[in-house]
Unconditional design. Structure first.
Length: 322
Protein backbone atom coordinates (compact mmCIF):
# COMPACT_ATOMS: atom_id res chain seq x y z
CA UNK A 1 0.00 0.00 0.00
CA UNK A 2 1.42 3.35 -1.00
CA UNK A 3 -0.23 5.47 1.66
CA UNK A 4 -1.36 4.32 5.10
CA UNK A 5 -1.89 7.82 6.47
CA UNK A 6 -5.70 7.62 6.21
CA UNK A 7 -5.72 5.04 8.98
CA UNK A 8 -4.19 7.59 11.33
CA UNK A 9 -7.03 10.12 10.88
CA UNK A 10 -7.83 11.33 14.42
CA UNK A 11 -11.57 10.66 14.13
CA UNK A 12 -10.89 6.90 13.88
CA UNK A 13 -11.04 4.84 17.06
CA UNK A 14 -12.28 1.47 15.78
CA UNK A 15 -11.82 1.70 12.00
CA UNK A 16 -8.11 2.32 12.28
CA UNK A 17 -4.82 0.53 11.69
CA UNK A 18 -5.28 -1.66 14.77
CA UNK A 19 -8.38 -3.21 13.18
CA UNK A 20 -6.46 -3.92 9.96
CA UNK A 21 -3.49 -5.41 11.82
CA UNK A 22 -5.83 -7.64 13.85
CA UNK A 23 -7.49 -8.94 10.67
CA UNK A 24 -4.12 -9.64 9.06
CA UNK A 25 -2.93 -11.48 12.18
CA UNK A 26 -6.10 -13.59 12.24
CA UNK A 27 -5.63 -14.37 8.53
CA UNK A 28 -2.31 -16.04 9.38
CA UNK A 29 -4.25 -18.57 11.49
CA UNK A 30 -6.20 -19.78 8.45
CA UNK A 31 -4.27 -22.67 6.96
CA UNK A 32 -4.24 -24.14 3.48
CA UNK A 33 -4.90 -21.04 1.40
CA UNK A 34 -3.09 -20.88 -1.95
CA UNK A 35 -0.62 -18.00 -2.22
CA UNK A 36 -2.66 -16.14 -4.84
CA UNK A 37 -5.81 -16.24 -2.69
CA UNK A 38 -3.86 -15.19 0.40
CA UNK A 39 -2.47 -12.17 -1.43
CA UNK A 40 -5.95 -11.15 -2.62
CA UNK A 41 -7.29 -11.34 0.93
CA UNK A 42 -4.35 -9.35 2.30
CA UNK A 43 -5.00 -6.54 -0.17
CA UNK A 44 -8.75 -6.60 0.44
CA UNK A 45 -8.19 -6.38 4.19
CA UNK A 46 -5.66 -3.57 3.83
CA UNK A 47 -7.90 -1.43 1.64
CA UNK A 48 -11.41 -2.21 2.88
CA UNK A 49 -11.46 0.65 5.43
CA UNK A 50 -8.91 2.96 3.85
CA UNK A 51 -11.66 5.55 3.35
CA UNK A 52 -13.82 5.91 6.45
CA UNK A 53 -16.04 8.77 7.49
CA UNK A 54 -18.82 7.83 9.94
CA UNK A 55 -21.01 10.54 8.45
CA UNK A 56 -21.05 8.76 5.07
CA UNK A 57 -22.75 5.60 3.81
CA UNK A 58 -20.44 4.90 0.86
CA UNK A 59 -17.13 4.26 2.61
CA UNK A 60 -16.58 0.80 1.09
CA UNK A 61 -17.24 2.11 -2.41
CA UNK A 62 -14.84 5.00 -1.84
CA UNK A 63 -12.28 2.53 -0.49
CA UNK A 64 -12.64 0.48 -3.68
CA UNK A 65 -11.99 3.59 -5.78
CA UNK A 66 -8.89 4.29 -3.71
CA UNK A 67 -7.72 0.69 -4.17
CA UNK A 68 -8.08 0.83 -7.97
CA UNK A 69 -6.09 4.07 -8.03
CA UNK A 70 -3.39 2.76 -5.68
CA UNK A 71 -2.91 -0.70 -7.22
CA UNK A 72 -3.97 -0.07 -10.81
CA UNK A 73 -0.45 -0.01 -12.19
CA UNK A 74 0.76 -3.18 -10.45
CA UNK A 75 -2.15 -5.67 -10.49
CA UNK A 76 -4.06 -7.17 -13.45
CA UNK A 77 -7.64 -6.01 -13.77
CA UNK A 78 -8.96 -9.48 -12.90
CA UNK A 79 -7.25 -9.34 -9.50
CA UNK A 80 -8.34 -5.76 -8.91
CA UNK A 81 -11.94 -6.71 -9.59
CA UNK A 82 -11.67 -9.66 -7.21
CA UNK A 83 -10.24 -7.45 -4.46
CA UNK A 84 -13.08 -4.99 -5.08
CA UNK A 85 -15.60 -7.83 -4.78
CA UNK A 86 -14.15 -8.86 -1.42
CA UNK A 87 -14.26 -5.28 -0.11
CA UNK A 88 -17.82 -4.88 -1.35
CA UNK A 89 -18.82 -8.07 0.47
CA UNK A 90 -18.19 -6.33 3.82
CA UNK A 91 -21.06 -3.90 3.25
CA UNK A 92 -23.70 -5.07 5.78
CA UNK A 93 -26.53 -5.08 3.25
CA UNK A 94 -24.60 -7.58 1.09
CA UNK A 95 -24.43 -10.26 3.80
CA UNK A 96 -27.52 -12.00 2.43
CA UNK A 97 -25.62 -12.77 -0.81
CA UNK A 98 -22.54 -14.71 -1.91
CA UNK A 99 -22.55 -16.85 1.23
CA UNK A 100 -21.02 -19.78 -0.73
CA UNK A 101 -17.90 -17.89 -1.86
CA UNK A 102 -14.92 -19.18 0.15
CA UNK A 103 -12.92 -15.92 0.13
CA UNK A 104 -16.03 -13.85 0.88
CA UNK A 105 -16.70 -16.07 3.90
CA UNK A 106 -13.14 -15.59 5.15
CA UNK A 107 -13.21 -11.83 4.54
CA UNK A 108 -16.48 -11.42 6.43
CA UNK A 109 -15.33 -13.63 9.28
CA UNK A 110 -12.12 -11.66 9.77
CA UNK A 111 -13.93 -8.30 9.57
CA UNK A 112 -16.64 -9.28 12.08
CA UNK A 113 -14.89 -11.99 14.09
CA UNK A 114 -16.43 -10.88 17.40
CA UNK A 115 -19.92 -11.48 15.97
CA UNK A 116 -19.09 -14.91 14.55
CA UNK A 117 -17.32 -15.97 17.75
CA UNK A 118 -20.05 -14.63 20.07
CA UNK A 119 -17.26 -12.74 21.84
CA UNK A 120 -19.27 -10.49 24.16
CA UNK A 121 -16.16 -8.92 25.70
CA UNK A 122 -14.82 -7.83 22.31
CA UNK A 123 -18.25 -6.66 21.16
CA UNK A 124 -18.50 -4.40 24.22
CA UNK A 125 -14.98 -3.06 23.65
CA UNK A 126 -15.92 -2.30 20.04
CA UNK A 127 -19.08 -0.51 21.22
CA UNK A 128 -17.02 1.95 23.28
CA UNK A 129 -14.73 2.67 20.34
CA UNK A 130 -17.68 3.18 18.01
CA UNK A 131 -19.23 5.56 20.55
CA UNK A 132 -16.15 7.75 20.19
CA UNK A 133 -16.36 7.62 16.40
CA UNK A 134 -20.00 8.68 16.52
CA UNK A 135 -19.69 11.27 19.27
CA UNK A 136 -21.06 13.89 16.87
CA UNK A 137 -24.44 12.19 17.35
CA UNK A 138 -26.70 12.72 20.36
CA UNK A 139 -26.03 9.77 22.69
CA UNK A 140 -29.63 8.54 22.92
CA UNK A 141 -29.90 8.61 19.13
CA UNK A 142 -26.62 6.74 18.82
CA UNK A 143 -27.77 3.97 21.17
CA UNK A 144 -31.12 3.61 19.42
CA UNK A 145 -29.64 3.34 15.93
CA UNK A 146 -26.71 1.23 17.05
CA UNK A 147 -28.97 -1.38 18.64
CA UNK A 148 -31.18 -1.46 15.56
CA UNK A 149 -28.12 -2.19 13.46
CA UNK A 150 -26.69 -4.68 15.94
CA UNK A 151 -29.89 -6.71 16.21
CA UNK A 152 -30.39 -6.87 12.45
CA UNK A 153 -26.76 -7.63 11.69
CA UNK A 154 -26.31 -10.19 14.49
CA UNK A 155 -29.29 -12.15 13.18
CA UNK A 156 -27.66 -12.30 9.73
CA UNK A 157 -24.50 -13.68 11.35
CA UNK A 158 -26.38 -16.15 13.57
CA UNK A 159 -25.18 -14.60 16.81
CA UNK A 160 -26.65 -16.54 19.72
CA UNK A 161 -29.76 -15.24 21.46
CA UNK A 162 -27.86 -15.15 24.76
CA UNK A 163 -25.08 -12.98 23.31
CA UNK A 164 -27.63 -10.62 21.77
CA UNK A 165 -29.47 -10.38 25.09
CA UNK A 166 -26.29 -9.71 27.09
CA UNK A 167 -25.08 -7.10 24.62
CA UNK A 168 -28.37 -5.21 24.46
CA UNK A 169 -28.63 -5.21 28.26
CA UNK A 170 -25.10 -3.85 28.59
CA UNK A 171 -25.62 -1.07 26.05
CA UNK A 172 -28.95 0.01 27.56
CA UNK A 173 -27.53 0.03 31.10
CA UNK A 174 -24.20 1.60 30.27
CA UNK A 175 -23.71 5.07 31.78
CA UNK A 176 -21.24 6.88 29.56
CA UNK A 177 -19.00 9.57 30.98
CA UNK A 178 -19.79 12.66 28.92
CA UNK A 179 -17.85 15.88 29.18
CA UNK A 180 -19.62 19.15 28.40
CA UNK A 181 -17.08 21.69 27.19
CA UNK A 182 -18.74 25.09 27.31
CA UNK A 183 -17.50 28.47 26.16
CA UNK A 184 -18.07 31.35 23.79
CA UNK A 185 -15.42 29.94 21.41
CA UNK A 186 -15.38 33.20 19.52
CA UNK A 187 -13.41 31.81 17.76
CA UNK A 188 -12.51 28.23 18.67
CA UNK A 189 -8.70 28.24 18.75
CA UNK A 190 -5.77 25.91 19.40
CA UNK A 191 -5.94 26.55 23.16
CA UNK A 192 -9.52 25.27 23.17
CA UNK A 193 -8.47 22.26 21.10
CA UNK A 194 -5.75 21.47 23.63
CA UNK A 195 -8.34 21.31 26.41
CA UNK A 196 -10.73 19.25 24.26
CA UNK A 197 -8.05 16.68 23.43
CA UNK A 198 -7.11 16.26 27.08
CA UNK A 199 -10.77 15.76 28.02
CA UNK A 200 -11.26 13.21 25.25
CA UNK A 201 -8.65 10.97 26.85
CA UNK A 202 -10.84 10.73 29.96
CA UNK A 203 -14.44 10.83 28.74
CA UNK A 204 -16.41 8.55 26.43
CA UNK A 205 -17.42 11.61 24.47
CA UNK A 206 -17.13 15.37 24.78
CA UNK A 207 -19.90 17.73 23.74
CA UNK A 208 -18.96 21.27 22.75
CA UNK A 209 -21.63 23.80 23.68
CA UNK A 210 -21.90 27.57 23.42
CA UNK A 211 -24.59 30.22 24.01
CA UNK A 212 -26.96 30.58 21.08
CA UNK A 213 -26.45 34.34 20.97
CA UNK A 214 -22.77 33.90 20.02
CA UNK A 215 -22.00 34.35 16.33
CA UNK A 216 -18.41 33.26 15.97
CA UNK A 217 -16.52 34.32 12.81
CA UNK A 218 -15.05 30.80 12.70
CA UNK A 219 -17.89 28.32 12.97
CA UNK A 220 -17.19 25.72 15.65
CA UNK A 221 -19.12 23.00 13.81
CA UNK A 222 -16.85 23.28 10.77
CA UNK A 223 -13.75 23.09 12.95
CA UNK A 224 -15.11 20.05 14.83
CA UNK A 225 -17.08 17.96 12.30
CA UNK A 226 -16.77 14.79 14.41
CA UNK A 227 -18.06 16.23 17.69
CA UNK A 228 -21.53 17.08 18.91
CA UNK A 229 -21.62 20.88 18.77
CA UNK A 230 -24.72 22.45 20.33
CA UNK A 231 -25.92 26.01 20.88
CA UNK A 232 -27.97 26.36 24.07
CA UNK A 233 -30.34 28.96 25.48
CA UNK A 234 -30.52 30.20 29.05
CA UNK A 235 -28.20 29.24 31.89
CA UNK A 236 -25.52 26.63 31.31
CA UNK A 237 -26.41 24.93 34.60
CA UNK A 238 -30.04 24.57 33.53
CA UNK A 239 -28.99 23.19 30.15
CA UNK A 240 -26.72 20.52 31.66
CA UNK A 241 -29.35 19.58 34.25
CA UNK A 242 -31.80 18.98 31.41
CA UNK A 243 -29.24 16.72 29.76
CA UNK A 244 -28.91 14.76 33.00
CA UNK A 245 -32.67 14.26 33.20
CA UNK A 246 -32.93 13.22 29.56
CA UNK A 247 -29.95 10.87 29.17
CA UNK A 248 -28.66 7.95 31.23
CA UNK A 249 -25.15 9.36 31.50
CA UNK A 250 -22.74 11.00 33.92
CA UNK A 251 -22.16 14.59 32.81
CA UNK A 252 -19.15 16.64 33.83
CA UNK A 253 -18.57 20.28 32.98
CA UNK A 254 -15.20 20.85 31.29
CA UNK A 255 -13.37 24.11 31.89
CA UNK A 256 -10.04 25.23 30.48
CA UNK A 257 -7.55 27.44 32.26
CA UNK A 258 -4.51 29.41 31.09
CA UNK A 259 -3.05 30.86 34.27
CA UNK A 260 -3.65 31.90 37.89
CA UNK A 261 -6.05 34.65 36.85
CA UNK A 262 -8.27 32.04 35.19
CA UNK A 263 -8.12 29.93 38.35
CA UNK A 264 -9.47 32.79 40.47
CA UNK A 265 -12.23 33.39 37.93
CA UNK A 266 -13.16 29.68 37.84
CA UNK A 267 -13.32 29.42 41.63
CA UNK A 268 -15.81 32.30 41.73
CA UNK A 269 -17.76 30.86 38.79
CA UNK A 270 -18.04 27.49 40.52
CA UNK A 271 -19.47 29.21 43.59
CA UNK A 272 -22.02 30.91 41.35
CA UNK A 273 -23.01 27.51 39.92
CA UNK A 274 -23.72 26.28 43.44
CA UNK A 275 -25.72 29.46 44.21
CA UNK A 276 -27.88 28.56 41.21
CA UNK A 277 -28.60 25.14 42.68
CA UNK A 278 -26.20 23.17 40.51
CA UNK A 279 -24.62 19.92 41.66
CA UNK A 280 -22.52 19.60 38.51
CA UNK A 281 -19.15 17.94 38.60
CA UNK A 282 -16.51 20.24 37.13
CA UNK A 283 -13.11 19.20 35.77
CA UNK A 284 -10.38 21.69 34.92
CA UNK A 285 -7.66 21.34 32.29
CA UNK A 286 -4.63 23.53 31.69
CA UNK A 287 -4.25 24.50 28.05
CA UNK A 288 -0.94 23.90 26.29
CA UNK A 289 -1.23 27.37 24.74
CA UNK A 290 -1.71 29.78 27.66
CA UNK A 291 -0.72 32.78 25.53
CA UNK A 292 -3.64 32.32 23.09
CA UNK A 293 -7.03 33.89 23.76
CA UNK A 294 -10.12 34.44 21.64
CA UNK A 295 -9.83 38.21 22.03
CA UNK A 296 -6.24 38.12 20.75
CA UNK A 297 -7.27 36.01 17.74
CA UNK A 298 -10.17 38.37 16.97
CA UNK A 299 -7.77 41.32 16.87
CA UNK A 300 -5.45 39.51 14.47
CA UNK A 301 -8.42 38.57 12.25
CA UNK A 302 -9.05 42.26 11.66
CA UNK A 303 -5.63 42.90 10.17
CA UNK A 304 -4.00 39.70 8.94
CA UNK A 305 -4.79 36.25 7.50
CA UNK A 306 -2.10 34.90 9.81
CA UNK A 307 -4.81 34.41 12.45
CA UNK A 308 -5.19 30.95 10.87
CA UNK A 309 -2.06 29.99 12.79
CA UNK A 310 -4.29 29.82 15.86
CA UNK A 311 -7.28 28.06 14.29
CA UNK A 312 -7.16 24.24 14.62
CA UNK A 313 -6.91 22.29 11.37
CA UNK A 314 -6.97 18.83 12.96
CA UNK A 315 -9.98 17.72 10.90
CA UNK A 316 -9.38 19.85 7.81
CA UNK A 317 -9.10 16.70 5.69
CA UNK A 318 -12.73 15.80 6.44
CA UNK A 319 -14.43 18.29 4.14
CA UNK A 320 -18.15 18.89 3.98
CA UNK A 321 -20.78 16.18 3.52
CA UNK A 322 -23.15 16.97 0.69
Amino acid sequence: MKNLSNYYDPHRFYHNLSHIEKMLDDLKEIRGLPTDELLLLEQAITYHDVVYDPRRTDNELKSIEYMYYDLGATYPIRDLNRIAELIRSTIPDTYITRGDDKLVKIMRYLDCKAFYDNDIIQLIANFKLLLKEYQFVDYDTFVEKHLLFFNRFSLLLNVSAETRKQYQKYVLCYRPKIGVYAGSFNPFHIGHMSVLEQAERIFDKVMVVFPSNIKAPIQVGKTLPFHEVVAFDGLLTDYVNKLKQKTNADFTLIRGMRNGNDLEYEVNLNKAYKDLGSDLNVMYFMTDFPHVSSSMVREIIKVSPRYKLYIPDKYSYAGAIE
